[in-house]
Ligand binder design. Structure first.
Ligand code: AMP
Length: 381
């Protein structure tokens, strides 16, 4: 288990004098989350340099500066880091050794140990359990024999998930009472995995939390939390987030308390997303954490049009050591992802007067690819 790091270990940037500098944020990754970070930074007069492996992502066209390179080329990574004030990343599926290398010499937020935990579903579950946070029943699987033993213990329905590099439902196989076990196991080609009990949830919700410095001069870290959305997925991919989620206030408070506990344990800086299942037990509801993401998150895109300061700006503020902006929501809102060929229906979305449309400018369309999102404003609170 990773040790809790002392705050003094962080190379804090000088928050009292950096407001008037020409600041540059380095972003590892060039997808839509990077693009929206660049656009938010630009509103604050902050430039962004992107590190990209193939320069084909949609953040490239809006970035001030791009360095192309692979994650094993540490000299190139150093060149990227020289001249930037702080480094962040937009995906958890990036090279941990590269981030650890950069963290030795430069300010990198969120901290590398948060990335390390979120990259490995087994480490993530163990970390959550160490904090007394509830998760679904799980067991590590590193061989077919392990798998058979895990099925015996956990039963069905359950989900076999790769430990590493899974996202948007990729690297997952569902298991029912009728599944042929050997064939199910071979679908992950022997990758290290975990078997999870499938949760019969009432809602999926997420907490988007931002943690950063309290004020320009203080070294005290403080978190702010956005209102909680209810999220629905199709084929493992987020389709919509509705805010506010139709959940009881005590569940709302408990979910926020869980996210704070996680952020504090990680000495976190930046936006953190915590995805949870709400499970009904008679009149009571219970929360299980599904996963954590140390980055800006798709279930926080509604904040762009419904909150005083959105998740992208708050991430930039937090990593620069600036005061965190107000996270209050002033409208009810529904965020809908535009997936794959739905982009061709743009003509029908555009005239909707209460719809704020965000397109990522991706040049190729493929099934279920995230092409943009719409924030549908519902009512003014
Ligand atoms: P993940 O990649 O783990 O976030 O999974 C993607 C989606 O699959 C989640 O948002 C859920 O809708 C569903 N899912 C994942 N794990 C479970 C589980 N243990 N029980 C029920 N649904 C799950």
């Amino acid at each position: 288990m990773l040790k809790k790091r002392d705050l003094t270990q962080y190379p804090l940037i000088d928050t009292s004098s950096n407001l008037d500098k020409n600041l540059v944020v380095g972003i590892i990754g060039d997808g839509q989350l990077g693009r929206m970070l660049v656009l938010a930074a630009a509103r604050l007069g902050v430039k962004c340099r992107i590190y990209s492996s193939n320069c084909q992502g949609c953040a490239i066209s809006v970035a001030d500066n791009v360095i192309q390179g692979c994650f094993t080329d540490f000299a190139n990574l150093d060149e990227f880091a020289n001249g930037v004030d702080v480094i962040t990343y937009e995906s958890e599926n990036i090279s941990l050794p590269a981030v650890k290398h950069l963290s030795k010499k430069y300010a990198v937020y969120p901290p590398a140990h948060a990335l390390e935990i979120s990259q490995d579903r087994l480490a993530e579950k163990k970390f959550l359990k160490s904090l007394d946070v509830n998760v679904t029943a799980f067991q590590a699987v590193s061989s077919e024999a392990d798998f058979l033993a895990a099925v015996q213990r956990i039963g069905t329905p359950s989900i076999l998930k790769t430990r590493f590099l899974g996202y948007d439902g990729k690297g997952q196989v569902e298991l029912t009472a009728n599944s042929e076990l050997s064939a199910t196991y071979s679908r992950l080609s022997g990758s290290p995995a975990i078997l999870e009990k499938k949760v019969d949830f009432e809602y999926e919700i997420s907490v988007i939390l931002v943690r950063g410095l309290n004020s320009l001069t203080s070294r005290v870290y403080k978190e702010k939390i956005y209102d909680i959305p209810a999220n629905t997925h199709e084929k493992g991919i987020l389709k919509r987030s509705i805010v506010p989620a139709p959940i009881d206030d005590n569940i709302r408070l408990e979910a926020k308390a869980i996210a704070c506990k996680i952020a504090n344990a990680l000495n976190y800086v930046g936006i953190l997303a915590v995805e949870l299942f709400v499970v009904r037990c008679g009149k009571q509801a219970k929360l299980l954490v599904n996963e954590i993401s140390p980055r800006v998150h798709n279930t926080g895109h509604w904040t762009m049009d419904a909150c005083v300061v959105d998740q992208f700006e708050n991430h930039i503020r937090a990593i620069l050591g600036w005061p965190i902006g107000n996270t209050d929501r002033y409208v009810d809102v529904e965020m809908v992802n535009i997936l794959g060929s739905e982009i061709y229906q743009l003509q029908s979305f555009l005239p909707q007067s209460k719809s704020c449309i965000h397109l990522y400018g991706k040049e190729t369309v493929s099934p279920l690819r995230k092409m943009g999102h719409i924030n549908k404003i519902k009512s003014f609170s």
